[in-house]
Design a protein around this ligand. Structure first.
Ligand code: HPA
Length: 297
């Protein structure tokens, strides 16, 4: 264990928070604009916080915002570090530990994800109902190693990890805003490669609705620390299969051959650019949803 209770307190102690945040928010790919809405913000670059892993990926600027959103005291992590950048899961989840130490008891975590559920479309927002951690099942957890009982219990119950009450509130807010919210299971893969067509078939078969490369370790640590979690995926692109499909699976263009693409990339610059651009477009919806939820908790 790198970060026991004292270490987390040491890092949190370096942040001269002008307020006690109630809610922590993490912005996903293309969604960092959320942080711009924070009122009276104190902005701290991750480089100035000891041990914080700098976010190196485009679309993840790497600043902490402390301030108010919809009247609630919040701490917003604008951008996150990922496992595939070479950090340990413990490192990439330190920000969640620190948010908890600053006083946040609720985590709203957002991400960009590929849609697996065929009834979804790019641009949708999906409330995460549950997750499958392929990374965790392969033997990687931010909780590996000795457990510091002051941070949380040795064994963590992950049933109901995504708070039912918060989801209910989000659905009500979505309804009032006229947003058609999806709900589903998020599967975490290690990345940084996007999925092959065979992997997409596999992920669908296992019951996942959306796929991404983040979020799960943060949720594991939040639950370890006793935080309530609301998870929202922005479906930035659809994972589609082309080729000679079994009956009932709709055609996505190419009538023959199974060798079709997993992710048809529309932008010349590549899928990551597409993810970022889609995020910018979805931001107003996501922001309205989050503000509405904050107003009711
Ligand atoms: N796969 C994995 N991660 C992602 C995707 C995807 O299609 N889109 C955004 N993040």
């Amino acid at each position: 264990m790198i970060y026991d209770f004292e270490e987390v307190e040491r890092v949190a102690g370096q942040i001269r928070a002008p307020l006690k945040p109630q809610v922590g928010i993490i912005t996903g790919s293309g969604l960092s604009g959320l942080a711009r809405e924070v009122e009276e913000p104190l902005v701290i670059p991750y480089e100035e916080i000891p041990d914080f892993p700098p976010a190196t990926v485009e679309g993840h600027p790497g600043e902490m915002f402390l301030g108010y959103l919809a009247g609630k005291a919040v701490v917003v992590m604008q951008g996150r570090a990922h496992f595939y950048e070479g950090y340990s899961l413990e490192q990439i989840t330190l920000p969640v530990r620190v948010m908890r130490a600053l006083g946040a008891d609720t985590l709203i975590v957002t991400n960009a994800a590929g849609g697996l559920n065929e009834s979804f479309k790019a641009g949708d927002l999906m409330l995460i109902t549950d997750h499958i951690s392929l990374v965790g099942m392969a033997g990687h957890s931010p909780l590996f190693g000795p457990n510091d009982g002051r941070l949380g219990p040795r064994f963590v119950d992950m049933s109901g990890a995504y708070d039912k009450e918060l989801r209910k509130i989000a659905l009500e807010v979505g309804h009032e805003l006229g947003l058609e919210l999806r709900q589903g299971v998020y599967v975490m893969v290690g990345g940084p490669t996007f999925e092959t067509p065979a992997e997409i078939r596999f992920l669908r078969l296992m019951g996942a609705d959306a796929v991404g490369m983040s979020t799960v370790p943060e949720v594991v640590v939040a639950r370890h620390g006793g935080m309530r979690v609301l998870g929202i995926s922005h479906i930035s692109n659809m994972a589609v299969l082309t080729g000679s499909r079994p009956k009932g699976i709709p055609s996505h263009g190419d009538p023959e051959g199974w060798e079709g693409m997993g992710h048809p990339i529309k932008k010349e610059e590549g899928l990551h650019e597409e993810v970022l651009e889609a995020g910018e477009k979805a931001l107003p919806k996501l922001l309205a949803l989050i503000k509405g939820v904050l107003g009711r908790i």
